[in-house]
Design a binder for this molecule. Structure first.
Ligand SMILES: Nc1ncnc2c1ncn2[C@@H]1O[C@H](COP(=O)(O)OP(=O)(O)OP(=O)(O)O)[C@@H](O)[C@H]1O
Length: 253
């Protein structure tokens, strides 16, 4: 095993509120890792710190040996972190296929000029992108919707499309913010299979925030519990979920 993400002593304040404090997290390559905690504990703020939406005022973030602390969002995306959002953020007016291609465009190898002039090199790359985007859609059983407008997909499918788009950027680490939110139990069951599949087939490392304990206990190998911005418990999923401190934090909500 080798470490993909190593976070030490991370912190940020908003005015007088210490939203995240002395936060440590180590994730191994190809691990399925869960970040849980009561509402307002600081989970999304951790994602925002890891992806450069916020700059930490303390601590370090090392991704695959590279210090990315305080880098801008675009640099962190290039370094290999992709995410989905609690409130789905798709290009709603674009087709399903074009949403995935938007992720692939992060890496497009042709120049802007050849794109404008529609040169053969551009057309070849576009064809490759179409093929690659369709492959990703197939993974998520979305290929039949390729030409549909993203806004017209049912909610559960939009969540899957957001994951497909994030994967299109070819990340090292995939962050999923409440992927099962708004899903029915059947959809959540399918989502669990799909997340496992993504880890296995893409050798992906995944950190997810989730309130659905069935999903958390079903697929996460290790957990960190945040409470009032601080780590309350950390370790193997079954140990953490049976920790009396954790049970109290949830019941005390
Ligand atoms: N930009 C901001 N400005 C001020 N306060 C913020 C900001 N972002 C987050 N907070 C505060 O930081 C705390 C942690 O919020 P955060 O959204 O990270 O919690 P969470 O654990 O993701 O909650 P939930 O499970 O409800 O999504 C909350 O008190 C929130 O109000």
């Amino acid at each position: 095993m080798s470490i993909l993400l190593d976070v030490k002593n991370l912190g940020i304040s908003f005015g007088g509120l210490r939203a995240v404090n002395e936060f440590d997290l180590t994730i191994q390559k190809e691990q399925l890792y869960g970040l849980i905690g009561p509402n307002g504990a600081g989970k999304t703020t951790v994602f925002n710190l890891l992806t450069g939406v916020y700059k930490p005022d303390a601590g370090k973030v090392i991704l695959d040996g590279k210090d990315i602390t305080g880098e801008r969002n675009i640099e962190i995306s290039k370094a290999g972190i992709a995410r989905t959002f609690q409130n789905i953020r798709l290009f709603k007016q674009l087709s399903v296929l074009d949403n995935v291609k938007a992720g692939l465009h992060n890496h497009h190898p042709y120049s802007t000029l050849s794109g404008i002039l529609r040169l053969p090199s551009y057309r070849k790359v576009e064809k490759e992108m179409d093929d690659r985007a369709m492959e990703l859609l197939k993974v998520f059983d979305l290929e039949k919707y390729a030409d549909h407008q993203a806004a017209n997909l049912p909610y559960g499918q939009q969540r899957k499309l957001e994951i497909a788009r994030a994967l299109a950027t070819d990340p090292k680490l995939l962050l999923l913010d409440e992927p099962a939110a708004g899903m029915n139990p059947n959809e959540t069951g399918e989502l669990m299979d799909m997340i496992r599949f993504v880890r296995d087939e893409f050798h992906m490392t995944i950190l997810l925030i989730e309130h659905d304990m069935k999903l958390v206990s079903g697929i996460c190998e290790e957990l960190t519990v945040l409470n009032f911005g601080e780590v309350l418990a950390q370790g193997k999923t079954s140990d953490v979920l049976n920790d009396p401190k954790v049970i109290t934090a949830y019941l005390g909500e």
